[in-house]
Design a protein around this ligand. Structure first.
Ligand SMILES: Cc1cc2nc3c(=O)[nH]c(=O)nc-3n(C[C@H](O)[C@H](O)[C@H](O)COP(=O)(O)OP(=O)(O)OC[C@H]3O[C@@H](n4cnc5c(N)ncnc54)[C@H](O)[C@@H]3O)c2cc1C
Length: 403
């Protein structure tokens, strides 16, 4: 299976694996229990150049792309989902700036690539998440060309440690329908008010917080892209990070399977090994099948993003397939592995208990399972998925059709 990855990515995996073993894995259970953002792990990622992986050299990065960052996320997620999520946010908070393509935000991107600053992505609202048309946060134009933001944003991950928020708000148009625009607001900033921290069932080291924007003045330069470009920027940014979320589920599932395998090999039952029971073997086989299918989809999805093939509906659908498959794989692997390990796996001292809780996040975050599947269905009806980066899509009319 080595040809799924280039030689560079295999070497990268090995170096990340060593860092994870020494610096991330020993902290994972404390990060979960203490519910504090792991600043020390962020510093490891910064000092080891892991934060810089997805960015080009011109952006201050090392040019490993999304495929490279996905390998890092996979390895980190084997140990600690919160820490893997730190890497996901690196990408999520900069894709809007990269997609808008303006030189104006070059310093901000370089700041994230070098670990000098961090961003947070503020799209979701109390009454608008999947249905982004319901967004109520408004950006009202002021006489000096700037804007005043008002509204509320929910579940903003990493926001207590962020140096800037990427905020999506409706801007007025001459027609009745306001359009979405995107802004970068440095924090702290007058008019951005902390409301509360939301405690979730998993990813407990990552602060997810709700914020109010009250008469929050920003300059025209804070706008990312053109007025009305926000929906496009949000959509493509969310698409571009899906391979990283898929990699998180992949790493988690691999580790769950490893726990189940090791336990089944050691545990004595009815005078033999637990692994000798066929039901246990079949469960491990099912996890392994899902893991390998997820791996193929995930690595291919990462390459699609690096080839900048995530703007079309068909390519995006392939990328969504990786994330939806991975979210299911991660939950299934955690659930079945816990079943194999039995009561020990249910106890807080066992990593499976944490991994089970962390895995559930994936089917909700940045595109719920249902919303992504609907987009995949739409692409299917529109001619199909591209079958990954190496095979181009055959136009419908060129395919042999039954008479
Ligand atoms: C821990 C955590 C961290 C998060 N961090 C961030 C963040 O940093 N920034 C940010 O902007 N957001 C963030 N979110 C929000 C996240 O990305 C999702 O947008 C949000 O969780 C969607 O959930 P909701 O409850 O609002 O669902 P809704 O959108 O209200 O949907 C409810 C249910 O309806 C289903 N549904 C929706 N539309 C359809 C349809 N057309 N057909 C069938 N079913 C449908 C959904 O799949 C879901 O099952 C975070 C969420 C969580 C849980």
């Amino acid at each position: 299976m080595d040809d799924l990855l280039s030689e560079e990515l295999r070497l990268l995996r090995q170096s990340i694996r060593d860092i994870v073993r020494d610096r991330v894995a020993p902290r994972a259970s404390d990060v979960d229990r203490e519910r504090d953002y792991p600043e020390d792990i962020f510093e490891v990622f910064r000092d080891q150049g892991i934060l810089s992986l997805p960015f080009s050299e011109a952006e201050g990065g090392s040019g490993a792309g999304t495929a490279g960052l996905a390998i890092a996320v996979e390895e980190v997620a084997r140990a600690c989902a919160t820490s893997a999520q730190i890497l996901v946010l690196t990408a999520l908070s900069t894709w809007p700036l990269r997609i808008a393509g303006s030189d104006h935000f070059r310093d901000a991107i370089e700041g994230v690539a070098t670990g000098q600053s961090r961003g947070a992505f503020a799209l979701t609202e109390p009454n608008a998440s999947s249905d982004l048309g319901s967004l109520v946060t408004r950006a009202r134009r002021t006489g000096d060309g700037g804007y005043v933001l008002s509204g509320e944003k929910d579940f903003v991950s990493g926001s207590t440690v962020a140096d800037y928020f990427v905020v999506f708000a409706k801007t007025p148009t001459p027609s009745a329908e306001d359009e979405m625009s995107c802004f970068v607001v440095e924090t702290p900033h007058p008019g951005i008010i902390f409301l509360r921290r939301d405690e979730g069932m998993g990813i407990k080291g990552m602060p997810h917080c709700d914020w109010a924007f009250q008469d929050c003045h920003v300059t025209q330069e804070a706008r990312v892209g053109d007025e009305g470009d926000g929906a496009r920027i949000a959509r493509h940014s969310i698409t571009a990070i899906q391979p990283l979320l898929a990699a998180r589920g992949l790493g988690s599932a691999e580790e769950c399977l490893a726990f189940a395998r090791d336990y089944a090999a050691d545990r004595r039952i009815y005078g033999g090994r637990l692994a000798d029971l066929q039901n246990v073997q079949l469960q491990m086989a099912d996890i392994a099948i899902n893991v390998e299918a997820t791996r193929a989809l995930t690595y291919a999805a990462g390459r699609l993003v690096d080839e900048e093939r995530f703007f079309s509906e068909g390519d995006a659908a392939y990328i969504f397939a990786a994330k939806t498959m991975s979210a299911k794989t991660a939950v299934h692997a955690a659930d079945r592995s816990m079943q194999i390990v039995g009561g020990h796996g249910y106890m807080e001292v066992h990593p499976l208990e944490r991994m089970y809780r962390d895995a559930r996040h994936l089917a909700l975050y940045m595109g719920t399972d249902e919303v992504l599947r609907l987009q995949i269905a739409s692409a299917v009806m529109d001619g199909g998925l591209p079958y990954g980066p190496s095979v181009s899509r055959q136009p419908t009319e060129e395919r042999a059709r039954p008479e």
